[in-house]
Design a protein around this ligand. Sequence first.
Ligand SMILES: [Zn+2]
Length: 276
Amino acid sequence: MKDASRYVAGSIDSHAHLELFSRRGLDTAPLLREARAGGLAGIIDVGVLPSDFDRRVSAFGDQPLVSFTVGLHPTSCEPGRVDAELTLLEAALETRASADRTSPVAVGEVGLDSYHSTEHVRLQVDVLERQAALAVGHDLPLILHNRASEPQMLAFLRRTRPRGVMHCFSQDAEYCARCLDLGLYVSFGGNITYRSSQDIRAAAALVPDDRLLVETDSPYLSPQAVRGTANHPGHLGFVVEALAALRGVSAVHIAAVTRANACALFGITPWSADAA
Ligand SMILES: [Zn+2]
């Protein structure tokens, strides 16, 4: 299938995994050039292991579009590695003291995942709470991953009331309303464009403008129009346009409100070619 990019100028991709692009056959440098030329205003490069942080910063730290997060993904919560990874997480968070542009803007992605295995559910909850406490200590939001763990995630949110975003929202409108009641931002990705995703679209219709984010979750989760290809930030426009269509507003409006929300949540300033 021929790849096609779609940019809505001024939008921010709130969730990408740049380090994983090469595994899917993508060449990151030209894609980031194309993203700047297409008018993208930012990319949040999301970590899955605190031990990936230094490597990601050396690989992409010179890219003005890119901001970094650091966190331990629930599917990597194995008893033998948790303590070492959480020590590295603390070290990465300490770099915030230097106020460097590459210091973390969020703790994530973190969360709960019982899709493939329920073996370490209790450890996942414990690690999530420890990371949430570190986020509070550094005044950072959480980027939350939730798969097949809805009741446990709601219980965590009620106990902890974190500031953050439910990334790649994939549940229904009722669950979305609960996340909104608990103060979260809600981020939508390429699966909002799938034919079978009526529930996700119903959820997206009820998120107020000031809680909405967009993301690619690239290199995963390509939108319908480019499904079967590796995903990248150049496909964000398909998500922006899908949200615009279902909410009855312009794509430019969706780009503007989701950019403002990403800047407020992560404490970043939008990149623009004019200012560069
Ligand atoms: Zn992700």
